[in-house]
Design a binder for this molecule. Structure first.
Ligand SMILES: O=C(O)CCC(=O)C(=O)O
Ligand SMILES: [Fe+2]
Length: 200
């Protein structure tokens, strides 16, 4: 078994979507278990039309910069050592593929079975800057991330996100496409870590 595939699998070229397998290798199972156990997973509520709706998943904001999401500010949790290790692996794998990227923040999402989900959105908040790069690491149960073109130029498509994979959403992805983790008839825990650069 090869532990590194520097170039990854190019799923789209414009904008660029690249999936890399086996990011952490033998450390992936332990990382999943530790993050699940050691983080203080939150289920904040979003206010919509005057009513509070708990989000259909749990999350933790981590890193150096506070983050505004759906009109609310989240104070970051300090870096967890496992997340530092994953961050280093992401930057190294991207560098090996010729992608220079830096990240100072990560949103960790916890999906406890197939009813936990994330609705259609793009990560285009102003503090992410022009054409942000977002690196999404998946741990646990494989689920598809669904993409659709904002201008409907082509059909929507799924990207399977297996355990220990990394998906790079390159420059322009958030402009052209929305993505969602739709509910599915499946069981099992999935964590995702979406690394970003948040301008202070
Ligand atoms: O869980 C995923 O893979 C997607 C998460 C996501 O879209 C986000 O954190 O913005
Ligand atoms: Fe997203």
């Amino acid at each position: 078994m090869t532990s590194t595939t520097p170039d990854g699998e190019r799923l789209l070229t414009s904008p660029c979507l690249i999936r890399f397998p086996r990011l952490l290798g033998d450390e992936a199972d332990g990382a999943l278990a530790r993050l699940d156990r050691e983080l203080d997973w939150q289920r904040p509520s979003l206010r919509l039309f005057g009513r509070d709706h708990p989000i259909p998943r749990r999350q933790v904001w981590m890193g150096d910069a506070a983050y505004r999401y759906s009109g609310r500010d989240f104070a970051p949790t300090p870096w967890h050592p496992v997340v530092r290790t994953i961050h280093e692996a992401v930057v190294a794998r991207l560098a090996a593929a010729g992608v220079a990227a830096r990240f100072n923040s990560v949103l960790l999402n916890r999906y406890d079975g197939g009813t936990d989900r994330m609705g259609w959105h793009c990560d285009d908040e102003p503090e992410l800057g022009e054409a942000p790069l977002i690196a999404a690491v998946s741990l646990g149960t494989e689920r598809p991330l669904r993409f659709r073109w904002k201008d409907r130029r082509a059909p929507a498509f799924n990207v399977a996100l297996p355990h220990d994979s990394l998906l790079l959403m390159g420059a322009g992805t958030q402009d052209a496409l929305e993505h969602a983790l739709l509910p599915r008839r499946l069981e099992g825990l999935r964590l995702s870590l979406t690394f970003r650069w948040v301008h202070p």
